[in-house]
Design a binder for this molecule. Structure first.
Ligand code: COA
Length: 189
């Protein structure tokens, strides 16, 4: 087999500052063309880097999928809500470059994010999916064990239409673990 012509595997790794221009380009595509995100104006590269730094400062994962040196998608876990009792619950975000969707990159990224968050001791992961027509995200989450918990009808206004939010959820790790020592997760408090 000719090694040089073999396709390189997609690598999932922690995002770095130098990835943020590619990440911003992917996110901008979806912000400007879809209701997957409820942002309406694409954030700058500097703002995306500030967001990555906030996630990393909390000890949470911010991952990219890279193939042949090119960033093809990213995912991260952020706090679901800031109030302290939510500290074992995270919310995922995931975006795959439009020219490589349906090649398994989303499943690799989200699977890695679920594993990392479970290893870190988080207990629940929530997906807040923009647009009930967003079948790709709903199906991706379902394929990774998320169940649909509800639909918030018409809570967004984007592109001159009312947009739903679909809430999906899965547990992380074993259900029968004892309460964590002291009830504290260092990264979310
Ligand atoms: C949602 C998204 C991340 C999926 O990434 P992806 O790399 O295309 O997903 P994968 O190829 O790994 O698909 C995994 C599984 O999800 C499901 N799926 C993905 N896209 C689908 C689609 N368009 N229709 C139906 N099922 C789909 C399938 O079960 C698929 O498995 P299969 O291909 O073996 O049938 C990608 O479409 C995306 O970035 N969408 C826009 C942004 C977005 O909506 N992000 C989520 C915000 S919460």
């Amino acid at each position: 087999m000719n090694r040089s012509s073999a396709p390189l595997p997609v690598v999932i790794r922690d995002a770095a500052q130098h990835d943020m221009a590619a990440i911003q380009a992917i996110y901008s595509f979806y912000v400007t063309r879809t209701a997957a995100s409820f942002e309406e104006t694409p954030p700058s590269v500097a703002e995306m880097e500030a967001r990555r730094e906030r996630i990393c400062r909390r000890g949470l994962p911010f991952l990219v999928a890279e193939e042949k040196g090119e960033v093809l998608g990213y995912t991260y876990a952020g706090p679901f809500r800031e109030r302290s009792a939510y500290r074992y619950t995270v919310e995922d975000s995931i975006y795959v470059a439009p020219f490589v969707v349906r090649r398994g990159i989303g499943r690799l990224l989200l699977g890695a994010l679920v594993d990392r968050c479970a290893e870190l001791g988080y207990r629940q992961m929530i997906a807040v999916i923009g647009d009930s027509a967003n079948q790709s995200s709903i199906a991706l989450h379902r394929s990774l064990g998320f169940g649909q918990e509800g639909v918030l009808r018409g809570v967004g206004l984007k592109f001159d239409r009312w947009v739903d939010v679909v809430i999906m959820h899965r547990s992380l790790g074993a259900d029968d673990r004892p309460l964590p020592d002291g009830g504290k997760a260092p990264s979310l408090v």
